[in-house]
Design a protein around this ligand. Structure first.
Ligand code: IMP
Ligand code: MG
Length: 424
């Protein structure tokens, strides 16, 4: 297998968890490099549903070590809760089933409070309210508190004090009150003790696995369109969701990566505010939302649904160097008479092959649609001809192969047409 990065190419919720779970059959390590408890991966195995927040999707596979990398922001309360839940179900049994980077930053009550207060005011972008943006702000401001600090009580107290000094005036300005240093210290040091067995040098552990030629899978969170630098700013998350982000976030050199794969949904969804030119506000959108269960796995918010934006996917493919994609949720689209693909944009007399990310350009641009015949439900294991036509069209328009199609949430409801590790 080698060292593979998997990223979502839309606005998150492409079904990465399922695809990563499938790929982890051959992996030794599954690694996350950015984001935090804003992610929610839903996995269905033997009819049982599991949701992960911080822990990578490899958690259900025996012999797989899950790694939470340095570039993440980790809410210890969420992580401890997640560990307890998975342990109770028989997962995370061995000491090295989970590694939490000591240099990853923490999401503390201050960050949750700021995110919540800001979202309650006009001008919020519709975040998940998991404290993600404020955690990265503290990190960049050099007042952040890290996982390793949790294991050193004196240092932790001092760091929390400094963080509180820095943020209290701002929290008050927003109409809230800063958390008590004593309470935070007490509660989080106890959580830290539960995390202690898992804390380590994630970057070095992954590096050593790569040197041993173990199969390593990097699992992206969110999607490329939510990237802080390359997405539709400011309607983005606060981290690098592109494949390159994996190298920076985990501390691994680009020369060590063998393959980059993408996951796209056959249609598109977005949660939170921000431009979404292919959005469907009528019946079809409602149908996709219902059939696709398009409600946030973290927040429960209804996801906005629309046609697949190939022009956006092209942009994501370029930004992440994606070599092949998996197309998910084709079962959800079954039964539609006709389906559409946005193949480009018209703006100021020009035709664009990539979605423009500037908000004004995007508002002025007109999507160009192509219509294709719909398909019936999957019967057996052969793809209905119209669906095969859709898949071929996506591949032709993006210029890369589609190595798998997904027809339901279950581990077995996937048709792999090409070995993703050799697809190019
Ligand atoms: P934040 O990451 O909570 O700050 O939210 C910023 C934007 O990213 C909002 O539009 C969120 O809805 C979106 N977002 C964050 N994480 C996810 C995800 O895992 N799936 C889909 N959207 C997400
Ligand atoms: Mg999700």
């Amino acid at each position: 297998m080698a060292v593979v990065i998997v990223v979502g190419v839309q606005w998150g919720d492409e079904g990465k968890g399922k695809i990563v779970d499938l790929l982890t059959e051959k992996a030794r390590l599954v690694v996350r490099w950015a984001g935090g408890a804003n992610a929610g991966h839903t996995l269905v195995v033997d009819g049982k549903k599991y949701v992960t927040r911080l822990i990578p999707s490899g958690v259900l596979r025996e012999g797989v070590t899950c790694v939470l990398g340095e570039g993440m922001v980790i809410d210890p309360a969420v992580l401890v809760d997640e560990i307890r839940t998975f342990k109770a179900q028989g997962f995370i049994a061995a000491g090295r089933d989970l590694v939490v980077a000591e240099r990853a930053h923490l999401t503390l009550p201050h960050h949750l409070e700021i995110d919540r207060l800001r979202e309650e005011r006009p001008g919020g972008i519709g975040t998940t309210k998991k404290g993600i943006g404020p955690s990265y702000e503290s990190k960049a401001a050099r007042v952040g508190v890290r996982v390793g600090d949790l294991l050193r009580p004196d240092r932790f107290r001092a760091r929390v004090e400094a963080l509180t000094t820095a943020l209290a005036p701002y929290i008050r300005e927003l109409g809230g009150s800063a958390p008590s240093v004593a309470e935070v210290t007490k509660k989080y040091l106890a959580l830290g003790e539960e995390l202690r067995p898992f804390v380590g040098d994630a970057s070095r552990i992954v590096h050593d696995a790569v040197v041993r030629r173990d199969n390593v899978l990097f699992e992206g969170a969110q999607g490329v369109m939510l990237d802080i630098d390359h997405g539709t700013y400011p309607f983005v998350t606060s981290s690098s969701t592109t494949a390159g982000g994996a190298c920076a976030g985990l501390g691994i050199g680009p020369t060590k990566i063998d393959r980059v794969l993408g996951v796209a949904k056959g249609y598109a969804t977005r949660v939170g505010a921000g431009p979404f030119p292919t959005e469907l506000n009528e019946e079809v959108g409602e149908l996709l939302r219902k059939r696709g269960n398009e409600f946030g796995s973290v927040t429960g918010r209804p996801r906005r649904c629309g046609w697949m934006d190939v022009a956006a996917v092209r942009l994501a493919i370029r930004l992440s160097g994606i070599e092949a994609i998996a197309l998910t949720k084709l079962d959800v689209m079954a039964g539609l008479d006709r389906v559409r693909l946005c193949v480009g944009y018209r703006l100021g007399g020009k035709t664009l092959d990539e979605m423009p990310v500037d908000l004004d350009d995007l508002a002025a641009a007109e999507p160009i649609f192509e219509e294709l015949p719909g398909w019936p439900e999957l019967a057996g294991s052969s793809i209905p001809p119209a669906a095969a036509g859709f898949v071929e069209r996506v591949s032709a328009l993006t210029g890369i192969p589609v190595w798998a199609t997904s027809w339901g949430a279950g581990r077995l409801q996937t048709i792999v047409t090409q070995d993703p590790f050799s697809a190019s």
